[in-house]
Design a protein around this ligand. Structure first.
Ligand code: 6PG
Length: 479
């Protein structure tokens, strides 16, 4: 049997496209296997140029691979992934490599890596971003796993990834679940970015009366500047689309209830447990949740709001929204990178944040021009504690703050929900505050639970005898 150097298991759209991408690169011969033969047959017949090695059974698949055998699993995340891993473990040998290219929860990846490692086989959880087109033409790839596996896998993944400035958008992120962790945060940022763009659209539409097609033109213009990104570009396309059946803008006939597959929720759950305030991302997840409760929304329909809202100077307002969007986007990315930093600390991963920014510049859904300055900010200071405090971004958010405030005020006065804009601005104000009301919270905690507090003027921990004579004692004396 002719030997393939790489195999793909799971031939739905993402798997098929990834297999075709692999096959199109010099030096690769790709084995393919799917639970039902139909899909395999269809792929092989439709793409004779790929010269696939088609396997009818998992045994045949393993036999068709040269060693160390390397297989990328592209099945829906969850129990199906465990089943395929079990099957592969039965036919693979120590030193072989199993890659999970789905959107797995990183803690599942940690668990799977540990279990598979016991057999001597390498397990790599790799985040792959870029949707169907990215899988085919060049995704951004975020692999975790061992350094040993990366040696074999690196050249293969480099050959299929998107390329920016001559560099492939892939890097070894860190051990076990690091790759899927970073992919999860990528998706959290994706949620925030999408919500912010949607809020910008809503404000412009309701504030200026512009049609979706006219707003598409605004976005196309924005896409030539610092906001240049894939998501702005495709939003313009969505807004320009006319529904063939009704002749209306497509966006007006789509039900306004946003779906989700869970990665945004995971990001927020994880960030909460790491104590990292990813407020912009959380608002984006909550906004999808609110939209998806029509029964509650219909009960609230009669709640009063302000009178109709029209801005006086449409162009000035649109420019304000652009600046508010840019500043809020910086907050979302800054919060996302903060969560990666916290995750790396917690799980002992050595994640190079500059490398993460670099590989997000192409192929993935959140690719954007401003990932270049993010890459540079981390190259200049690898241990940067707050991305938005890097000189380039500090200048950008400070420069946008007047416009940002005007937009949040306008949204509030007009009764237009802009939770991601608002919470991003609050985050900015919270960070820059000289004093925070957290001091009041410490007082409250000490009052009802003797949880103690620190003082600004001397070291130590203190407690006030609230139910006694209200004198202060050193905390050691409370127990
Ligand atoms: C990507 C995307 C992708 C994700 C979709 C759906 O990076 O290519 O993040 O992995 O599956 O965006 O996400 P939701 O259905 O949760 O919006």
């Amino acid at each position: 049997m002719s030997h393939a150097n790489i195999g793909v298991v799971g031939l739905a759209v993402m798997g098929s496209n990834l297999a075709r991408n692999l096959a199109s690169r010099e030096g690769n011969r790709v084995a393919v296997y799917n639970r039902s033969w139909d899909k395999t047959e269809h792929l092989v017949d439709a793409h004779p140029e790929a010269n696939f090695v088609a396997a009818k059974s998992i045994q045949e698949f393993a036999a068709s691979l040269s060693t160390p055998r390397t297989a990328i699993i592209m099945v829906k995340a969850g129990a199906g992934t465990d089943a395929v891993i079990d099957q592969l473990c039965e036919v693979f040998e120590p030193g072989d490599i199993i890659v999970d290219g789905g959107n797995a929860l990183f803690t599942d990846t940690i668990r799977r890596e540990k279990a598979v490692r016991e057999t001597g086989i390498n397990f790599v959880g790799a985040g792959i971003s870029g949707g169907e087109e990215g899988a085919l033409l060049g995704p951004s790839i975020m692999p975790g796993g061992s350094a040993e596996a990366w040696e074999t896998l690196g050249p293969i993944l480099r050959s299929i990834a998107a390329v920016v400035d001559g560099e492939p958008c892939v890097t070894h992120i860190g051990t076990d679940g690091a790759g899927h962790f970073v992919k999860m945060i990528h998706n959290g940022i994706e949620y925030a970015d999408m919500q912010l763009i949607a809020e910008a659209y809503d404000l412009i539409r309701r504030g200026t009366g512009k049609s979706p097609a006219e707003i598409a033109d605004v976005f196309t213009e924005w896409n030539k500047g610092e906001l240049e990104s894939y998501l702005i570009e495709i939003t313009a396309e969505v807004l320009r689309q006319v529904d063939a059946a009704t002749g209306k803008p497509l966006v007006d006939v789509i039900v306004d209830e946003a779906g989700s597959k869970g990665t945004g929720v995971w990001t927020v759950q994880t960030a909460l447990s790491l104590g990292t305030p990813v407020s912009g991302i959380a608002e984006a997840v909550f906004a999808r949740g609110l939209s998806s409760h029509p029964e509650q929304r219909s009960l609230a329909k009669s709640f009063p709001g302000p009178y109709a809202f029209t801005v006086k100077d449409a162009d000035a307002f649109i420019e304000d929204v652009r600046q508010a969007l840019y500043a809020s986007k910086i907050v979302a990315y800054s919060q996302g990178f903060d969560a990666i930093r916290a995750g790396a600390d917690e799980y002992n991963w050595h994640i190079n944040l500059g490398e993460v920014a670099r590989i997000w510049r192409g192929g993935c859904i959140i690719r954007a021009q401003f990932l270049n300055p993010i890459t540079e900010a981390y190259r200049a200071n690898e241990s940067l504690a707050l991305l938005m405090a890097a000189p380039y971004f500090a200048k950008a958010v400070s420069g946008a703050q007047a416009a940002w405030r005007r937009v949040v005020i306008a949204a509030t006065e007009a009764g237009i929900p802009a939770p991601a804009f608002g919470s991003s601005l609050s985050y900015y104000d919270g960070l820059r505050a000289d004093r925070l009301p957290a001091a009041v919270i410490q007082g409250q905690r000490d009052f009802f639970g003797a949880h103690t507090y620190k003082r600004i003027d001397k070291p130590g921990t203190f407690h006030t005898l609230w139910s006694g004579d209200r004198t202060e004692i050193a905390a050691e004396d409370t127990h």
